[in-house]
Design a binder for this molecule. Structure first.
Ligand code: UT7
Length: 325
């Protein structure tokens, strides 16, 4: 049976030039390189330059994804940008990316699911492609979390960074089997009862301010591994695959301890885990495409490889996407 599949035709990523190391942070708040590395695995993060906004980072990643796919903006019809740190309250930063790319056709919009944003955006793009509403879609995760951090709060400011990653998703024909290339299954979840455990204490309707990230880290940690493994097991049940079948596990890059614990619980071999959190910290919606693009460009990810992507974050939101490259 012939089915519509969404295949990844190219990827790109962008990190701002400025690097903030753990040693730099130890001069601002009461922390140490040893504490940060031991608890999170993070060694450094990138910080957007003054005046450099989320859409700038997103545009750069999008251009690189288009280049790697051998496509131009004329070839695409849709842009979906996952971000929790848009340039403005409105319009969506995706339309600024659209303008930056010189596109006056098609349509663009933002998706907001914080750290799960890329998994949500990828699933949305796949659904649009399969419904015939899009043929070629740029799916981007981009954040400037440095703008919503409380730089006096050591429990949060050491964890996050700025960055962007993107993929070009294209309509293709498949046979309807799990050997097809493209997105094979997606599983999204949310539970708003956990809102207070990870949130921003500002917003246009609530306070008319932008606000800062507030997190009960230990509480988030406690829920993360269980939620991540649930949606990955859902993906295994839907396809008949197991951890042994995966070529690469590309998780949201929040904390190396969460990544390692999830892989261990799922019995995913450590050599299959792509970890980049040490280089850019938690970049929220940008973290999966940043890790993915790193593994594509260094030659690890190859055509027909089976990839498991997953994320968990504010809301809580969580989800998995299983795809064949
Ligand atoms: O993208 C999804 C969203 N976020 C996450 O996934 C993050 C989830 N949570 C975590 O990654 C971890 O909970 C943290 C990395 C945030 C914290 O690690 P932890 O092992 O859960 O530490 P903790 O919160 O239990 O804190 C241990 C101690 C505390 O001191 P006391 O109360 O034991 O005296 C903290 O005050 O470490 C202290 N602490 C720090 N010390 C040095 C907290 N932050 C720092 C810091 N430097 N930056």
């Amino acid at each position: 049976m012939s089915v519509v599949r969404s295949i990844v035709a190219g990827s790109g990523s962008y990190l701002p030039e400025k690097i903030l190391t753990n040693e730099d942070l130890a001069k601002i708040v009461d922390t140490s390189d040893e504490w940060i590395v031991q608890r999170t695995g993070i060694k450094q993060r990138h910080i957007a330059a003054e005046g450099q906004v989320t859409s700038d980072l997103a545009t750069e990643a999008a251009k690189r994804a288009l280049e790697s796919a051998g496509r131009t903006p004329d070839d695409i019809d849709t842009i979906i940008l996952a971000t929790a740190t848009p340039d403005n309250t409105f319009p969506a930063s995706a339309v600024t990316v659209q303008a930056n790319l010189g596109m006056t056709h098609g349509y663009a919009f933002d998706v907001h699911a914080v750290c799960s944003g890329f998994v949500y955006a990828l699933t949305t793009a796949d659904a649009y492609i399969r419904a015939g509403l899009a043929k070629r879609c740029l799916v981007i995760g981009a954040e400037t979390f440095s703008r919503i951090l409380d730089w006096e709060d050591r429990t949060t400011c050491v964890l996050f960074g700025d960055g962007a990653g993107a993929v070009l998703l294209e309509r293709a024909d498949g046979e309807g089997s799990t050997q097809d290339r493209g997105i094979l299954t997606s599983h999204l979840r949310s539970d708003g009862r956990h809102k207070e455990k990870l949130f921003v204490d500002g917003g246009p309707s609530g306070t008319q301010t932008v606000g800062h990230v507030r997190m009960e880290g230990r509480e988030v940690f406690k829920h993360a591994v269980g939620m991540i493994t649930d949606v990955i097991e859902d993906a295994f049940s839907a396809t008949g695959f197991s951890a042994d079948d995966l070529t690469w596990f590309i998780p949201h890059q929040a904390n190396k301890r969460i990544i390692d614990a999830s892989a261990k619980k799922l019995k995913i071999a450590p050599e299959k885990v792509v970890t980049t959190v040490q280089w850019h910290g938690n970049t929220s919606a940008a973290s999966i495409p940043l890790a993915l693009d790193t593994a594509v460009r260094d030659g690890r990810v190859k055509k027909n490889d089976l990839l498991m992507l997953e994320a968990m974050g504010g809301g809580f939101t969580w989800g998995s996407v299983l795809l064949r490259w």
